[in-house]
Design a protein around this ligand. Structure first.
Ligand SMILES: Cc1cc2nc3c(=O)[nH]c(=O)nc-3n(C[C@H](O)[C@H](O)[C@H](O)COP(=O)(O)O)c2cc1C
Length: 188
C-alpha cells in the first residue's frame, strides 16, 4: 500500500502581544514550538512555522487524519484565532522530514517576497494560492540553522576560541624560534 501524505497550510492571528527581548525568540512562540516538536514527533507530523506581523503561517505535513486531529486542537488554542486554511493538497513525500516543526527566521526573504508581490505588510490572509506555494518554497529552503532557538551567530564563541588558540600557538612558535636563533647567533 502506498503511503499518502497531505500538506496543509493555514494562517492565523496571534492573540498575544509581540514581546521582543533583544534578538531572542518570542516566549509564546518558543512554548508553541516546544509543544509542537514534542507532539508532532509522537503523531508523525512534520512542518514549518513562520511568525510575522502578529500572524502565523504554518505548513503541516503528514497523514490527513493526523492533520485533522491537530487542526481540531489548533482551532481551540486560545493563543491564536481566525484560522484560515490556505491550501490542502496530497504530497508524495514530506518535504520537512527532518523537522517536527521548523521555525523559519526568514524575515529578510519574506520582505523581498512581499516587495515582489507589492504587499506592504505580512498578511497571509490576502495570499493567492501561488503566493502560498511560493512561501512554502521559502520555508523549505530556509537555512537549517534557522530552526534552532538560538541565533545563527551563536557559534561565534566557539570560532573565537579556535582563532585564539591559533593566535597563541603562532606566538609561542615565534618566541621559541627567536630564542633558538638568538642562542645560535650568540654561540657562533
Ligand atoms: C500557531 C500555533 C501552532 C501550533 N503548532 C502545533 C503543532 O505543530 N503541533 C502540535 O502538536 N501542537 C501545535 N500547537 C499547539 C496546539 O494548539 C495544542 O496546544 C497542542 O497540540 C497540545 O494539545 P493537547 O494538550 O490538547 O494535547 C500550536 C499552537 C499554535 C498557537
Amino acid at each position: 500500500m502506498t503511503n499518502h501524505y497531505s500538506r496543509m497550510v493555514y494562517a492565523s492571528k496571534a492573540t498575544f502581544k509581540p514581546f521582543k527581548a533583544g534578538d531572542s525568540i518570542d516566549k509564546d512562540v518558543k512554548d508553541i514550538l516546544t509543544t509542537a516538536r514534542r507532539e508532532n514527533k509522537k503523531n508523525n507530523l512534520v512542518g514549518a512555522l513562520y511568525y510575522g506581523n502578529g500572524c502565523f503561517f504554518q505548513c503541516l505535513e503528514g497523514n490527513q487524519q493526523d492533520i485533522d486531529q491537530l487542526y481540531a486542537k489548533l482551532e481551540k488554542d486560545p493563543r491564536h484565532h481566525e484560522l484560515k486554511v490556505l491550501s490542502l493538497e496530497p504530497v508524495e513525500q514530506r518535504s520537512f522530514s527532518s523537522w517536527e516543526m521548523k521555525y523559519a527566521t526568514i524575515d529578510r526573504e519574506v520582505r523581498a517576497f512581499l516587495r515582489t508581490h507589492q504587499m506592504g505588510k505580512f498578511n497571509p490572509y490576502r495570499f493567492s494560492p501561488e503566493m502560498t506555494a511560493e512561501l512554502v518554497g521559502l520555508l523549505q529552503q530556509a537555512d537549517e540553522n534557522a530552526g534552532e532557538f538560538h541565533e545563527p551567530t551563536a557559534r561565534q564563541p566557539e570560532n573565537r576560541g579556535v582563532s585564539m588558540t591559533v593566535f597563541w600557538l603562532t606566538n609561542i612558535i615565534s618566541i621559541i624560534a627567536t630564542a633558538i636563533i638568538t642562542l645560535w647567533l650568540v654561540q657562533a
